[in-house]
Design a protein around this ligand. Structure first.
Ligand SMILES: *[C@@H]1O[C@H](CO)[C@@H](O)[C@H](O)[C@H]1NC(C)=O
Ligand SMILES: *[C@@H]1O[C@H](CO)[C@@H](O)[C@H](O)[C@H]1NC(C)=O
Ligand SMILES: *[C@@H]1O[C@H](CO)[C@@H](O)[C@H](O)[C@H]1NC(C)=O
Ligand SMILES: *[C@@H]1O[C@H](CO)[C@@H](O)[C@H](O)[C@H]1NC(C)=O
Ligand SMILES: *[C@@H]1O[C@H](CO)[C@@H](O)[C@H](O)[C@H]1NC(C)=O
Length: 491
């Protein structure tokens, strides 16, 4: 089956050269669910710009993230490799999700090659507008890893903090902090009002205006308003039928419209591939501040469909046929390989890649390809999807002690023996058993070379006390004594 796949890719790759070094814009939402888009059936229909993008482009109904939460998912998108290979996991406790809170010691390993680093070899300029989440200590920051411009934050906009026991999260421009959330970049926790999405949109439009004349560019637009605590500016505040979460979606949808208009105004729309997706499924655990996974089971933190199936829209006028739909299984790691393919860059040969170059599928969405994708929770392979089959070799929903605290990743959607509160091994008789998938899993396991885990160690001394640039602002805080401990990962 895999031989058939490479045949299709090789034969059709020639037609992928529709344009030399196209610009690439990836719009990566934070915790936005598959079911939040009008074009995917959200009944309030509050995403007119996204719905138009879908009408003018290609909808991929089976777009999977590489992890059911933010940091490892983003690390996989930018490396084309599963977190288990690129090191964005922890083995402190098997099968638990790890990410990059502000006391994390690690970040994206220097031995990984990131998409903007490779694009630079063909003259691309890369900008990140929004959240990074691949490690906040200096060697891990975006400008150290191939990005030429950054406006945004290394972490989620949690807070406000006292700056005594916990520092507030910094906002950066390029390599220096320019302020902190809640102090210099306001988010009103009581009302949910903030100008951050407006700023992320204006920054993206300005980046396009600057770069459109300068040669090819890669823009990763990564606003985080749909991650709790959700927010929107006054213009959108209180305008949604879906409450505060819906206000955030409406403002992001307007941002999509503004960015697409900027591409049109700069006359680069027919030379730009735009991809819209999200870093994981909706966070049902956030209740009214969480989104919708449509018909899919459970949400963020789980390897059920609601945890890892994300919106997928591809737009490229004149190249992608309007209104096309594909049900083929896409992984966000394919965006890495497909971007390289479109830019005419050879992917790294010295390591196992998980992404596939799928440009041909953008132009010929009916072409079938069969490939398994491997769904992990932390260091544990939980499930495999291929074609119309999904096999769960482990199941786990919300840990029992978290359920007692009111945390629930599968509210209102219990399925006996499937949404198990204990990690449950089904490898003898997988849920939805299928022979083809078992063989794929054995081959994957046999070849797997695990990356060194980067997310094992936590230390209060590495928190955002004194980020680069704090001297100029007079915002350096006293760094406490170092006390490295194995991080505690409850999920
Ligand atoms: C986790 O990985 C580290 C580094 O590879 C290794 O030294 C350690 O033994 C592993 N721990 C467990 C519990 O497997
Ligand atoms: C950010 O870095 C880019 C690329 O080096 C540079 O052109 C730009 O002037 C910098 N912007 C600021 C505000 O420092
Ligand atoms: C948000 O932007 C508006 C103008 O669009 C301004 O009036 C308001 O003061 C800003 N709010 C904050 C908190 O910066
Ligand atoms: C893009 O549009 C311009 C102006 O309409 C046209 O000259 C050019 O050939 C188009 N390029 C592609 C790749 O379609
Ligand atoms: C769940 O699994 C148990 C054994 O672990 C079995 O007895 C029971 O019938 C299963 N229930 C369902 C609904 O499959």
């Amino acid at each position: 089956m895999l031989c058939g796949l490479s045949f299709v890719v090789v034969v059709l790759a020639t037609s992928a050269a529709a344009s030399d070094s196209p610009n690439i814009v990836i719009m990566l939402m934070d915790d936005m669910g598959w079911g939040d888009l009008g074009s995917n059936g959200e009944p309030s229909r509050e995403t007119p710009h996204l719905d138009q993008l879908a009408r003018e482009g290609l909808t991929a109904t089976s777009m999977y993230t590489a992890a059911p939460l933010c940091s490892p998912s983003r690390a996989a998108l930018l490396t084309g490799r599963l977190p288990i290979r690129n090191g964005f996991y922890s083995n402190n406790t098997h099968g638990r999700n790890a990410y990059t809170p502000q006391n994390i010691v690690g970040g994206i390993s220097a031995s990984e090659v990131l998409l903007p680093e490779l694009l630079k070899t063909r003259g691309y300029t890369s900008g990140l507008i929004g959240k990074w989440h691949l490690g906040h200590r200096t060697p891990y920051l975006p400008l150290e890893r191939g990005f030429d411009y950054w406006f945004g934050s290394p972490n989620c906009h949690f807070g406000p903090y006292s700056d005594v026991t916990t520092p507030n999260i910094p906002v950066f421009r390029n390599a220096s902090m320019i302020g902190r959330y809640y102090k210099d970049f306001a988010i009103d926790r009581a009302t949910g009002v903030s100008n951050m999405t407006k700023m992320f949109t204006e920054e993206a439009v300005a980046f396009i205006q600057r770069q459109a004349r300068e040669g090819p560019f890669f823009l990763l637009w990564a606003p985080d308003a749909t991650h709790a605590p959700t927010y929107a500016s006054l213009k959108f505040h209180g305008t949604s039928r879906r409450g505060r979460y819906g206000d955030a979606v409406r403002e992001l949808d307007a941002g999509v419209g503004a960015i697409v208009n900027a591409l049109r105004d700069a006359n680069v729309d027919n030379n730009t591939l735009v991809v819209f997706t999200s870093d994981n499924g909706a966070a049902l655990v956030s209740k009214e501040e969480g989104g919708s996974n449509g018909p899919f089971l459970c949400g963020k933190q789980t390897t059920f469909e609601g945890g890892m199936r994300a919106p997928g829209i591809f737009w490229w006028p004149g190249v992608i046929a309007p209104g096309s739909v594909t049900h083929q299984v896409w992984s966000q790691m394919d965006l890495f390989s497909t971007a390289l393919q479109l830019a005419g860059i050879t992917p790294p040969h010295d390591r196992e890649m998980d992404g596939l170059p799928l440009a041909a599928s953008l132009f010929h969405p009916d072409h079938e390809f069969f490939r398994p994708i491997f769904l992990y929770r932390g260091d544990r392979l939980m499930a495999v999807r291929q074609g119309s089959y999904k096999m769960h070799v482990w199941t786990w929903s919300t840990p029992t002690d978290e359920l007692r605290r009111g945390i629930n990743f599968c509210p209102g959607s219990e399925v006996a023996n499937v949404t198990t509160p204990q990690p449950t091994d089904h490898s003898i008789a997988p849920v939805l058993f299928n022979v083809v998938l078992l063989e794929a899993m054995f081959a994957h396991r046999a070849k797997l070379r695990r990356g060194e885990p980067q997310l094992n160690w936590c230390d209060p001394a590495v928190m955002h006390w004194a980020p680069p640039g704090c001297e100029e602002l007079g915002e350096c805080l006293k760094v406490p004594a170092s006390n490295p401990t194995l991080c505690n990962w409850p999920h």
